[in-house]
Design a protein around this ligand. Structure first.
Ligand SMILES: Nc1ncnc2c1ncn2[C@@H]1O[C@H](COP(=O)(O)OP(=O)(O)OP(=O)(O)O)[C@@H](O)[C@H]1O
Length: 596
């Protein structure tokens, strides 16, 4: 598939309730549908019975004409016909309803699985994905799947049975006319075999274009202010428009192939009708066939329009659905994390971190980021990681959190290799404050309790106090229940950082990792942030990627990193004496802070 957000389909590892990997889309479809088999079977049986009653109606009508000709009583046949019409209508209402419900249940199953898969994706997978495209797979593609998983399969099977049933009845009425009809039915089949896959391909292209639109939209909204400030509205509108046009064009192609399928399905039937009329008429004239048989046959031919329509619709829906399944399953096949696998370790107090000769690169084709990094940070207190931009400081945190696997060497937390920790336990031990956008859309309360759903109001207020946020809560219109805007945009950078710290502290971490914001904070915010950090360091092990001199000077130990290596360790005073790079960094920071 060209230019999609998800480039490859790999078997998932440890994803909950995994569907069989590397299977044809049709097996994947079955995998989802089988959970709702009972409803599908009941709905299908009712619809099928309804169709059978439809099939019976022309036969009763034929009997009626014959009885009329013979001057017999019509009462029983009329009652039968009325009963068949009524029961058919009731069944055809209930059957589809039950199947539509099953269809919605199937979507729910698929969406639940996808949501769980998306949230558990491994970080490297997310690095290369476009969230907008993923959203369209979760919403639009799963919706396409609904029809195919329910009505299509049953509709198709019913249509096929009706078609075969109709042909059998026709063969019983007149074998010559049946031969003509059968030839036309075969023609329809050949045409469909050619057209149907085109519908699937066009649908997949159309859904891909829709996903691309989602990706462009997501790109705009994640940098909305930058787009405006850069005057890039028209440029971005152009990009969105390109994707929208592509989606339209591909959608039109789907319509073209579907229209063609409809016409090509009926053309042979219409031709069959004319031939049957001609040949049948002459057979009636020669006495080889009765007029009632010809009328019955023609009624059957008309009746066949129904099954042919539902078969054609089912086949094209199936193609649409299979295209959707392929896109949905590409996500389901991505690598996901297993939070529970590993040897459980129970510990308390500050959790020590040991880097032992760690080598790491983000991906095979990329440059190595860590070249034998070794350091230890244990016990209570503050450890600052300093060094030039790109030295690999934030990467240290990513490896402690096991967002990526190391290439060689070991990362130990509390004496256990992070690879051996159950991921859920490891991350419960750690509080992590990211450098950017650490506040999510929602209320202040939402932002805190996402890390600790059982936290009481008392605990929340206590943590807000410790993060020097009580003043903010008092100022906000609805206090702790005030909305903080998309990605916390209604807050200042310093407030966002402190909310993120409060969230991390609420989990009572045994290790706090904090990536300082590089943006300048005002004096009050910086002091509040430092105080919060120092308080935390009195109780636990705190490691900070430090960009501010204030953090560095108050740290218990400082690790100086440069180009993926640890070049020195010590206190501020020791390093000022011993390490030139540190001296330069400190001098540079001092100059900057003096200028401010
Ligand atoms: N997800 C990623 N995929 C590929 N390369 C990455 C990724 N994250 C970081 N890098 C690269 O790894 C190197 C180290 O990045 P890292 O963020 O650890 O540096 P840093 O010392 O924290 O820098 P800064 O002080 O600017 O935050 C950089 O060259 C960066 O471009």
């Amino acid at each position: 598939m060209a230019d999609t957000a998800v480039d490859s389909a790999r078997p998932e590892e440890g994803a909950p309730d995994a569907a069989p990997a590397e299977k044809a889309p049709i097996s994947r479809l079955w995998y989802y549908a089988r959970f709702h088999l009972k409803a599908l079977l009941v709905g299908g049986a009712l619809t099928f019975l309804g169709s059978i009653l439809g099939l019976v109606q022309p036969i009763i009508a034929m009997q009626l004409i014959e009885t009329l000709g013979e001057g017999g009583s019509l009462r029983t046949l009329l009652v039968l016909l009325a009963a068949a019409v009524l029961a058919g209508a009731v069944l055809e209402a209930f059957g589809p309803y039950i199947m539509q419900r099953a269809g919605q249940d199937i979507i729910l199953t698929v969406r639940r699985r996808l949501v769980s898969q998306l949230v558990h994706l491994k970080v490297p997978e997310v690095d290369r994905l476009k969230p907008g495209d993923l959203v369209s797979r979760l919403t639009s593609d799963t919706n396409l799947l609904r029809t195919v998983a329910s009505t299509t399969v049953i509709g198709g099977v019913t249509g096929l049975i009706m078609l075969v049933g109709g042909l059998v009845v026709m063969a019983w009425i007149d074998i010559v006319l049946f031969g003509i009809t059968l030839a036309m039915a075969l023609l329809v089949t050949v045409v469909m075999l050619f057209v149907m896959p085109r519908i699937g391909q066009a649908t997949e292209a159309s859904q891909t274009a829709l996903g691309q639109m989602g990706a462009v939209l997501e790109r705009i909204f994640t940098a909305f202010r930058t787009v405006k400030a850069s005057g890039a509205e028209e440029h971005e509108i152009g990009k969105l428009d390109e994707a929208a046009i592509r989606a339209r064009d591909k959608g039109v192609m789907v319509a073209v192939w579907e229209a063609l399928a409809g016409v090509l399905a009926f053309l042979p039937v219409n031709i069959a009708f004319l031939i049957v009329l001609g040949v049948g008429g002459s057979r009636v004239a020669t006495g080889d066939m009765t007029i009632s048989s010809l009328i019955g046959f023609l009624l059957m031919l008309f009746y066949l329009m129904g099954p042919i329509t539902s078969l054609t619709a089912a086949l094209s829906q199936l193609q649409t659905g299979l295209a959707a399944v392929r896109r949905v399953e590409e996500v389901a096949d991505l690598d996901a994390e297993d939070l529970n696998h590993g040897r459980r370790t129970a510990g308390d107090g500050p959790a020590a971190v040991v880097f032992d000769d760690v080598e790491f690169r983000y991906d095979e084709g990329l440059e190595q980021v860590h070249h034998g990094v070794s350091f230890t940070a244990s016990g209570k207190g503050l450890t600052a990681l300093v060094g030039p931009s790109g030295a690999g400081k934030t990467t240290v945190f990513s490896l402690i959190e096991r967002f990526y696997p190391v290439n060689s060497g070991r990362v130990l937390v509390d004496g256990t290799n992070v690879d051996d920790w159950p991921l859920g336990d490891l991350r419960r031990t750690i509080g992590y404050v990211e450098q950017d956008a650490p506040v999510l859309h929602g209320t202040l309360r939402d932002n805190l309790i996402m890390a600790a759903p059982d936290a009481t109001d008392e605990e929340l207020h206590d943590i807000l106090g410790r993060a020097r946020l009580s003043g903010l809560v008092e100022r906000l219109p609805d206090g702790i229940d005030s909305l903080v805007g998309y990605r916390g945009l209604t807050l200042s950078g310093g407030e966002r950082q402190r909310i993120a710290i409060a969230r991390a502290l609420l989990r009572r971490p045994r290790l706090l990792l904090m990536d300082e914001a590089t943006s300048q904070l005002d004096a009050a915010n910086e002091a509040a942030l430092r105080q919060t950090m120092m308080d935390a360091a009195e109780q636990t092990n705190v490691i900070v990627v430090a960009h501010r001199l204030s953090t560095v000077t108050s740290a218990d130990r400082i690790v100086v990193m440069d180009a993926g290596r640890v070049r020195a360790m010590g206190t501020h005073e020791e390093l000022l004496e011993e390490d030139k790079l540190y001296r330069d960094l400190a001098a540079e920071q001092l100059l900057t802070s003096e200028k401010d």
